[in-house]
Design a protein. Structure first.
Lengths: 389, 228
């Protein structure tokens, strides 16, 4: 314990050099924590987005299945449409627990961006029981000129119950009858209207963009998909596959960031070894005297090792703080480069992750300290004392 | 009681094809409570002898006993134990750890020996050396005289049988040198043997005996009175 105190005071001897080295370790740890936090956070956010769609299977018009799923998740142009009678043909299948038809349309808004409109039926809330009302209520009839607004869309447009909204490219004015509570999914930014109203005002009679299905038993998914192969104009997408594909899409970004993290860690190791080695050389005489007055090789090794571990632990703590403080900035930056960014926090830094990073920083210290500590401990006292004469 | 006993002590180095006889058959003894100064010109073998007595180096031939233990062929780990238990060091350059306080510097040998000295011993040592009230000051804030006092306190803290002082007054003013001499005499009265390497003839003259080295050999072992 007393050696630890001496080690700490030795670090304080060259404050700027020690701070720079601690800063180097902190940067490496911050990159590592952010990367691991991103891995965990992205998966959680994606799972949340996909799970909160409420269904395991999506039936869409033929085309790129993943593009269709991503559009359903995130919105955007290029939606494909299928005949609504597909719904009538499959709704009677015994294997289906819950089913809901959807018609999505996207309208660009002034100043950039877009708004997604979604035609839905009563069955929508059966698949999404968490879609509760912050204010207002459900549509008064299946063909009412009414909308229910997602939480964020209502906040953004400052809408309240009774407001009239005009939908671009249509001649209709609709009344806001409800505002959903926040769900933490893309649905928060969507404006919902009755399916039949949507088909009418968007001039898409008997058309759908998707049918969400929850099976009674997910094990029947393959057989269910096979049976639908006969329907020539549609495709069946499992959302589990969608998750896997999206994770694959971001893996290239992860490889890049991982490479940066590995380089940062390598630079930090070299920096720590350099600093401690320089400090050992500067204190050669002092180490010789310590040996003369009774320090053993093991004690000198411990002393130098402690110095390295203190530097790396402080770097680890500081790096974790940087990662916690700068998480939102990193998230903003990362979101701009990802092909698909789910709603919610993309970086999740858990206490376990902080602990893991701290242990990693200590391990970095243990490793970096070996060579300088060995050099110091093997010094011959006479040669060390004479070195400055 | 003999604290140092050197019998036909030799230390040879090889420099290229040449063999340098740094010490060539040295014989002497130092008893408890004796102050012995070793003098001689540069290259006479003074430093080599100091290193052997300090257990920092091994002799090539002969016998060297420290407090009755033959240290001639001991391994480094065993020499460390002999140093910890028997020897206190005082250097011309003090060699204190600048980031530590007076008290922490004095406690260093106890840390390496895995001991904890009672506060009473530390306080008495501080008081004895005129350092009372300065125990929590960083040593870098002290003047040269106080630094050497801390160095002496560090050497004394583990009750050594032998103190080895390498030019202990070399960086001190005359007044401080005299004070250090008084301290050495008090330590000798307590039975500690003090072995001083010095160029300072006035300091040497205050020793009980002077060993004069030249070309690796002792040329005289006179009573110091002869030098006055």
């Amino acid at each position: 314990m007393r050696l630890l105190k001496i080690a700490y005071k030795n670090i304080a001897r060259k404050k700027i050099r020690s701070l720079l080295t601690i800063g180097g370790v902190a940067m490496a740890v911050a990159v590592l924590v952010s990367l691991l936090g991103f891995n965990a956070g992205y998966k959680m956010a994606l799972n949340n987005d996909v799970d909160k769609m409420g269904y395991q299977v999506l039936v869409t018009a033929k085309g790129c299945p993943y593009e269709a799923a991503t559009l359903m998740l995130k919105g955007g142009g290029g939606l494909r449409y299928m005949d609504a009678d597909v719904y009538d043909r499959i709704v009677t299948d015994d294997r289906i627990d819950k089913i809901t038809p959807q018609l999505a349309t996207v309208k660009t808004i002034e100043g950039g961006g877009f708004t997604m409109y979604m035609g839905i039926e009563d069955s929508y809330t059966e698949l999404k029981p968490w879609a509760t009302f912050k204010e207002g209520k459900w549509f008064t009839s299946p063909e009412a000129l009414e909308v229910i607004i997602g939480y964020e869309a209502a906040e953004l447009e400052q809408r309240t119950i009774g407001d009239q909204i005009f939908i671009p490219d249509t001649r209709e004015i609709l009344t806001v009858v409800g505002i959903f509570e926040r769900t933490g999914t893309q649905d928060d930014g969507v404006i919902f209207l009755p399916l039949k109203t949507a088909q009418k005002i968007f001039d898409l009679p008997d058309q759908l963009t998707g049918i969400g299905i929850k099976l009674k038993d997910l094990g029947q998914l393959s057989a269910f998909e096979e049976d639908l192969y006969d329907e020539g104009s549609i495709q069946v997408i499992s959302l589990a596959q969608v998750k896997g594909t999206i994770l694959n899409l971001i893996s290239s970004a992860q490889i890049l960031v991982t490479s940066v993290a590995i380089i940062a860690i390598f630079v930090a190791i070299v920096g720590v070894i350099n600093t401690i080695l320089m400090s050992v050389f500067e204190r050669t005489q002092e180490i010789g005297v310590m040996k003369a007055i009774g320090a053993g090789n093991r004690q000198i090794f411990q002393l130098i090792w402690y110095e390295t571990i203190i530097i790396c632990t402080m770097g680890g703590l500081l790096g974790s703080l940087f990662a916690l403080a700068g998480g939102s900035g990193v998230e903003y930056f990362v979101k701009r480069f990802l092909p698909f960014a789910p709603e919610g926090n993309l970086i999740y830094i858990s206490p376990q992750l902080i602990l893991f990073s701290l242990l990693g920083a200590i391990a970095l210290g243990l490793f970096s300290g070996i060579y300088p500590a060995l050099r110091a401990s093997l010094m011959k006292p006479i040669e060390a004392i004479r070195s400055g004469e | 009681m003999k604290i140092i006993e050197a019998i036909d002590l030799k230390k040879y180095y090889t420099r290229g094809i040449e063999t340098v006889k740094a010490l060539d058959g040295v014989n002497f003894e130092i008893s408890a409570g004796e102050i012995v100064a070793i003098v001689g010109p540069s290259g006479s073998g003074k430093t080599t002898l100091m290193n052997l007595i300090s257990c920092l180096d091994n002799a090539t031939q002969g016998v060297l006993k420290i407090n009755g233990t033959d240290v001639t062929h001991l391994k480094e780990a065993q020499l460390i134990k002999i140093r910890r238990e028997n020897i206190g060091f005082i250097f011309q350059q003090f060699y204190l750890i600048p980031t530590l306080t007076v008290k922490e510097n004095i406690e260093l040998p106890s840390i390496f020996a895995n001991k904890k000295f009672p506060a009473e011993i530390i306080n008495n040592t501080l008081k004895q050396l005129g350092l009372a009230g300065k125990e929590n000051l960083p040593v870098k804030m002290l003047n040269s005289g106080d630094k050497q006092r801390v160095s002496i306190a560090r050497a004394l803290i583990d009750s050594p049988r032998l103190i080895i002082a390498d030019e202990p007054t070399g960086k001190l003013e005359n007044k401080v040198r005299d004070e250090i001499l008084v301290i050495f005499k008090e330590l000798a009265k307590r039975g500690i043997a003090i072995f001083i390497a010095t160029h300072d003839l006035e300091l040497a003259a205050n020793a009980d005996r002077i060993i004069h080295l030249q070309d690796g050999k002792i040329v005289s072992k006179a009573e110091s009175d002869l030098y006055e």
